[in-house]
Design a protein around this ligand. Sequence first.
Ligand code: AMP
Ligand code: ZN
Length: 132
Amino acid sequence: MCIFCKIIAGEIPSKKVYEDENVLAILDISQVTFGHTLVMPKKHADNIIQADEETVKNCISAAKKLAAQITANTGAAGCNILNNCGEAAGQTVNHLHFHIIPRYSDNDSIVIKFGESEKQDLDKVLKTVRGE
Ligand code: AMP
Ligand code: ZN
């Protein structure tokens, strides 16, 4: 059983933010910013690609509501809703989860930087991503 399945089963303690039939939201143990919360399905899926649609919908729907609630209650100026899919993307726990990270200022202890790779031929990129 994975660590989040153990949390869902109550075998490992957690700080529960929200729970319904399909979804559990808990405080992230590492609190990147104040209020950092994880939203996960109760049904195990390794990641968003592997999960069935219903599972993803349930999580996204809960994440939307919690993002509004957490942002309002913490007084944050905004929030990032993040999903890391795969080890190369920084996923460390292989149980689908969305991070809700309240944002207070540019100096928050989180850095998200959209750099640029070398100049790309967008038509070639389009063909590739469409699978043509
Ligand atoms: P990711 O890197 O996207 O897979 O995120 C995994 C997150 O799970 C990290 O931010 C960890 O701090 C968090 N985490 C790991 N173990 C626990 C735990 N027992 N309770 C709460 N959060 C955890
Ligand atoms: Zn699991």
